[in-house]
Design a protein around this ligand. Structure first.
Ligand SMILES: [Zn+2]
Length: 58
């Protein structure tokens, strides 16, 4: 089982998918993706909550 985040669930129009073994690792990779792809230096609490809510187990 792995954890999957479709960035498009949080950022409409983005087709990136982050997949990792744990939710924390997905969050870490999502933060990297947000910085490099979306120019977000920091993920604020509201965004982090939205990202966690969008993570699926697959
Ligand atoms: Zn994205």
């Amino acid at each position: 089982m792995s954890k999957v985040l479709k960035c498009g669930d949080v950022v409409p129009g983005c087709d990136a998918v982050v997949r990792a073994d744990s939710e924390d690792e997905v969050m870490r990779q999502a933060a990297d993706h947000a910085r490099t792809a979306h120019g977000l230096a920091e993920i604020d609490a509201r965004t982090a909550q939205a990202v966690r809510a969008a993570i699926r187990t697959a």
